[in-house]
Design a protein around this ligand. Sequence first.
Ligand code: B12
Ligand code: SF4
Length: 602
Amino acid sequence: MSVLFYLKVYIFGLFRALQFYFKPGVLYREYPQHADPRKNKYFQACLKYIPAARSGIRKAWITYNQIMVEKDINKFNLLLKEVGNMINSVQSGKSFHISMSKSEAVLSLKKLAMNIYYEVGILYGYNQNYDDELDYYDRAAQMQNRDDPGCMELTPTKDKIYKNIRNYFATRQEEMHYDVLLINAGMIPSPIMPWSLIILATYLKKAGVTVRIMDDFSEEYEMIRAAKSASLIGFSVMSAQIGPSLKLSRLIKKHSPDKFVVWGGVHPTLFPEQCLQEDSIDFIVRGDGEDALTRLSNCVKNRDFKIADIPSLGYKDNGTIRVNPFGDPVRFEDAGPWALELLDMQNYLSCSFMRTDSKHPSISFISARGCPRNCTFCINSVISQTRIHRARAVDSVLDEIEQLIHKYHIRTFNFIDEAFFINPKNFASFVEGILKRNLKFEWGGTCHIADILRNKELIISAKKAGLIYLSGSGESGSNRLLKLINKGITVENILECSHFLANNGLITGSSYMMYLPTETPEETKATLDLVQQVKNIFREKNNPSYIMGPAVFRPYPGSKLYEMCVESGFKQPETLEDWGNMTLWTGEFKLDNITWCNGKIK
Ligand code: B12
Ligand code: SF4
């Protein structure tokens, strides 16, 4: 290595250090005014000791760790004193010699030290309320996702610190009492947030009900413990979630027999009586849960159970099961902004979505619900409420997106709306809004292939506003079956759509099914062949699109296809447990339960 090399490295290091010294807020510049950590006195104190010796910072670091573990206010005061000493040492002229390889580490330590002081300040009540604290915690947590090679060596320490902070908040949460605890059990911990619960919680919060959300990022025992500090425990249950939800409901009832358990979501909507036959379930809610849950929570709070007139609620009346008629669909136009502060956002941000790298997290988002189409295999052909397309106002969605980009540095928004493109006018004003506000993010959503083919120009023009993907499902390789399921497309449409998306550099995720009622082995093969063809179309363009499935068809009671299954000899499971056992953990039917195909199932 030549002297020149070291000189270069040294100058570069010095430059980085000076840059950091003079522009210390560089990391934070995008924070909203009121949350700017630079205004925090502890943060400012940290900035002053920038040139302080590394050992000083290390010492502070250790003290911080002790504080986090012991939650000791005296140690915090000592820490502040230590910072003060460091500042004095710098001010009295003892400069710090920047040696090359160390400077990167020192910079990282400083960034971390700032975080530490900031966090400690927050933990010891220098912010007004609990919501704010969580908010800051989110922000600090997302810093972990930032690319900082100098920080790598410190990862274990950082992990420990963040774990401590999380524990601290968990303890705080346990100490608090909640009117409602909402649980989404039986999913693999996934970056797709529990939207049904977020939407419910947002509504409850606005109505003055205190609420907490937990999902599989928490351990079972944590949920059981948390249930002790809530009055009403709600589960969101798709059929595939029955097993774990049932187990937890029973455990909660065992450990906290005085608590009430309510189930909502797809399965209790389809099978209210079956769910209420289970001892550990006190109530169910069919369809939209916002109003029923708010009213039920108030009844529980006031110990005044006038529930006979709560629409959509099911309950037990001295051993008799009663299910009230459906209520009106809830308004969605003015829903939101979503109560994301109820989640540990760190769990949902660091995923990689398509081309998004870990430096810029992606997030799932819901801007509309319901789909007016009537595909006979879909739940929307059975539950009328979900057939109404309800969209949030475009401006309010954009406002929230803008804030989320700001807060979490999100690069990609994945809209899980069922019919993202059903209203081209809405879509166009969304695109217009992005351009007008000059927002920089990538996005995409779930829509119908017919909508893609009908709106090609609009889609191409949306690319300049960040559109990167549109998922439209093909479902089957047989035109006869596509007609049977009322999908409103043909195999030719599926291929045309795939070419359109691939040629325009748009990504897709499309799902397929097999073993539909009356399906023949030839038709199953046609679906598998179509899947291969679609894959090739995208592969040729080096496009990372993906196929989901083909998944095994699931019959929903109340649909035309379900009747066909029953006629073919399919025996409807009678108990909750039977339903749980009927499906694989993915929610797919087990092959030996299938009676409705023509020909042998392989
Ligand atoms: C987003 C979504 C997902 C997400 C996350 C879902 C989650 N719970 O975390 C992901 C992609 C992970 C997912 C996975 C699966 N999904 Co999915 N999913 C959806 C989708 C498209 C939207 C759900 C949503 O958020 N809607 C918006 C909210 C606001 O509406 P909602 O969920 O209906 O919630 C309202 C009411 O139901 C009620 N409610 C809901 N929960 C609760 C709880 C309480 C206590 C109360 C009182 C009320 C209540 O109030 C809410 C607000 O009004 C629906 C389609 C649909 N039409 O619902 C399918 C759907 C729910 N999924 C379905 C299926 C089958 C699956 C999978 C099994 C698919 C698979 N083979 O992998 C897996 C499940 C895997 C597993 N291990 O459990 C089916 C469920 C059918 C059934 N009988 O259960 C649906 C209906 C799709 C369909 N048309 O077939 N899914
Ligand atoms: S288009 Fe999709 S969401 Fe709409 S009814 Fe058909 S399958 Fe269901």
